[in-house]
Design a protein around this ligand. Structure first.
Ligand SMILES: Nc1ncnc2c1ncn2[C@@H]1O[C@H](COP(=O)(O)OP(=O)(O)O)[C@@H](O)[C@H]1O
Ligand SMILES: [Mg+2]
Length: 223
C-alpha cells in the first residue's frame, strides 16, 4: 500500500486552476521531489496532503486513510500521528524557547511529554546546547534546523518540506538536504521535498513535476 495515494485531485484558487493530478502515489520509505515553477501549486498540494487545506475535488489517501473524509479532529489526529511539516516560513513560536517549540509539537500530535525525545531531536540537528534559546536569538540556519527537529520529534512516517533550500547558499543547501535525509532515515520516514531548486535534484531521484496551469496574476496576461 502506498503511503501517499492521490486520485483525481483538482483545485482552483480565485477561479484559476492550480492543481490537476489524475493519479500520483509514493511508496512508503521512498523519497520524492515535488518540482514545479513558482505558482505551480506545490504549497497548495502540501497543505492538501497535510489536511490543512481541502481540495475542490479528488481523494487523498495517507497510509490508506482518506484524509478529507475525516472530521477536523480526526484529521488533526492523523496529521499528528503521521506527518512532520517543515513550512516554507518555518512558523516557530517566538514566545517559546527551542525545547518548548518541540514539546508543543508533541503535545499537538497527542503524544506524551518526553524531554528525552526533545533533547535527542535537537542533538541530531546540532542544537543540543540551545534548548533554552528563543527563536529570535538564533541565526536563520539554526532556526531552520529547529524547524526540521520539530518536524521529526513526533517520529512521523511522512516528512513534508516546503522549499527548505531556496534561501540557502550551496553549502547550506547540501547541509539541509543531508539533514532531512538523515532525519528521514532515523525515523524510517518518507520525505517529500517541494522545490524549484535544481541543486536538490541529484540527491532525490523520484519526482513529481507540477506544471503551472495558469499565468500568475502579477504577469498581467489577459485571459
Ligand atoms: N491565498 C491565496 N490567494 C490568492 N491566490 C493564491 C493564494 N494562495 C496561492 N495562490 C495562488 O495559487 C497558485 C499556487 O500557489 P502555491 O501553491 O503557493 O504555488 P507554489 O508553492 O508552487 O509556488 C499561485 O498562482 C498563487 O498565486
Ligand atoms: Mg510554495
Amino acid at each position: 500500500m502506498p503511503l501517499i495515494d492521490v486520485t483525481g485531485l483538482r483545485h482552483a484558487i480565485a477561479g484559476r486552476p492550480v492543481l490537476d493530478i489524475p493519479h500520483w502515489s509514493v511508496e512508503a520509505g521512498r523519497h520524492c521531489l515535488l518540482l514545479g515553477p513558482s505558482g505551480s501549486g506545490k504549497t497548495t498540494l502540501i497543505h492538501a496532503l497535510a489536511g490543512l487545506k481541502r481540495p475542490d475535488q479528488g481523494r487523498i489517501l495517507l497510509d490508506g486513510q482518506a484524509v478529507w473524509d475525516l472530521n477536523a479532529a480526526a484529521r488533526d489526529h492523523l496529521r499528528g500521528r503521521l506527518i512532520g511539516i517543515v513550512f516554507q516560513t518555518l512558523h516557530l513560536v517566538a514566545a517559546l524557547d527551542v525545547a518548548q517549540n518541540l514539546h508543543l509539537a508533541r503535545w499537538l500530535a497527542g503524544l506524551a511529554s518526553d524531554a528525552g525525545a526533545v533533547a535527542k531531536a535537537l542533538d541530531r540537528v546540532g542544537l543540543g546546547a540551545r534548548l533554552s534559546a528563543r527563536p529570535d536569538q538564533l541565526s536563520q540556519g539554526e532556526k531552520q534546523r529547529v524547524a526540521i527537529a520539530r518536524a521529526v520529534v513526533t517520529e512521523p512516517k511522512l516528512i513534508l518540506a516546503d522549499e527548505p533550500t531556496s534561501a540557502l547558499d550551496d553549502e547550506n543547501c547540501a547541509r539541509v538536504l543531508d539533514l532531512l535525509l538523515e532525519q528521514a532515515a532515523a525515523c524510517g520516514a518518507t520525505l517529500l521535498v517541494a522545490t524549484h531548486d535544481g541543486r536538490t535534484r541529484e540527491r532525490i531521484t523520484d519526482r513529481m513535476e507540477l506544471p503551472r496551469l495558469s499565468a500568475l496574476p502579477a504577469e498581467g496576461h489577459a485571459a
